[in-house]
Write a protein that binds this ligand. Structure first.
Ligand code: IPM
Ligand code: MG
Length: 358
């Protein structure tokens, strides 16, 4: 029997609640599917550990999970620790050294979910956003000098490398080519950002020449927001820089009905390091401990994890169960306008998996 070792890092806030739910459901799915098993190892990395010890993870933390097949991450962030400390101390401390340069964010309107877009029922909105996840505006290059003085200065330098842009373009063109519509939109801002983004555009055009089966277009990021709202059906696969895709993917999640549903995969496509799967909603401190966090974003991230592990049967089975559950409004959590609890949705998922006779 194939065994996959998964490092579970629930992190902060509702991350703990949704990862616990995710483990239960992924285990139920693997048992129902058969042929493989999951072994979860728990890591208590996060802000509580930071407040206690001064570090979000132990100094050899990455070595502890380097050999795992995948990472299931919850969220990072608490009200009393500045967000940039948390981000760089935990999530980016895993993503960047593990070279998880391709961040994949599928967005669809699942059955039973209502889009805030008038007239959009479902099939019109079926997107995958590919986010460059290793450099660009999140490169961490910059500094702050003369603190507190009138001449205080702070810089954040966006860094684009030929290697970094080329590999994300190749990844995005290949992903677009694997989808039925074979259509890619390259998001840019090369009118204003005349160095990095101009190189970004040039490399996109170079990679496009090697992928003649993919129809592609280029769109300025501001115009892209309008197109997402007004012409959603014209979009299929999207590739954008780290910050541009961060912003567009929140818009995408809202247009698809709730940020509680949206999943993401931080992939190291070469598999030199484990890839990391997480819901995008964050730690949501306003609802911590209430038992009403929407676990669907974590379950859908599990689908991406199964796909990455090559367990296509399990991935399809888990996605079918998610769609069965979202189709039933009595199983909607409050973010979707319902009254269901995390535990009820989780139980319904396990029932749907057991009852799935395909
Ligand atoms: C995301 C999140 C993070 C990001 C936050 C938590 C720093 O918004 O994954 O989209 O900006 O990368
Ligand atoms: Mg974001």
């Amino acid at each position: 029997m194939r065994t996959y070792r998964v490092a579970a890092i629930p992190g902060d806030g509702i991350g703990k609640e949704v990862v616990a739910a995710g483990i239960e459901v992924l285990e139920a799915c693997s048992k129902r599917e058969g042929g493989f098993q999951l072994q979860f190892d728990q890591f208590d990395w996060g802000s509580e550990r930071y407040k206690r010890t001064g570090a979000f993870m132990p100094s050899d933390g990455r070595d502890q999970i380097r050999g795992h097949d995948a990472i299931l991450f919850g969220s990072a962030g608490v009200p009393d620790v500045p967000d940039h400390i948390t981000l760089w101390g935990l999530r980016l401390a895993i993503c960047q050294p593990f070279d998880q340069y391709a961040n994949v964010r599928p967005t669809r309107i699942l059955p039973g979910i209502t889009s805030p877009l008038r007239g959009v029922r479902g099939p019109e909105l079926d997107w995958v956003i590919v986010r460059e996840n290793s450099e660009g505006e999140y490169a961490g290059v910059g500094g702050r000098v003369h603190r507190g003085l009138p001449e205080e200065t702070a810089t954040d330098v966006s860094m684009f490398t030929r290697i970094g842009v080329e590999r994300i373009m190749r990844f995005a063109f290949a992903l677009a080519g694997s989808r039925p519509r074979k259509r890619l939109t390259v998001v840019t801002k090369s009118n204003a950002q005349r160095h990095g983004m101009v190189m970004w555009d040039e490399i996109a055009a170079e990679v496009a020449r090697a992928c003649p089966d993919v129809a592609w277009d280029k769109m300025l990021v501001d115009a892209m927001t309008t197109r997402m709202v007004l012409r959603p059906a014209s979009i299929d696969t999207v590739v954008a820089s780290n910050l541009h895709a961060d912003i567009l993917s929140d818009l995408a999640a809202a247009l698809a009905g709730s940020i509680g549903i949206a999943p993401t995969a931080n992939l190291n496509p070469e598999r030199k390091f484990p890839s990391m799967f997480e819901p995008i909603h964050g730690s949501a401190f306003d609802i911590v401990g209430k038992g009403i966090a929407n676990p669907i974003g974590t379950f859908w991230s599990g689908v991406l994890m199964f796909e990455h592990l090559g367990e296509r049967g399990a991935a399809a089975r888990l996605m079918r169960a998610i769609e069965r559950v979202t189709a039933d409004p009595s199983l909607h959590t409050p973010d979707l306008g319902g009254r269901a609890t995390t535990a009820q949705v989780t139980q319904a998922m396990c029932d749907a998996l057991l009852g799935d006779n395909r």
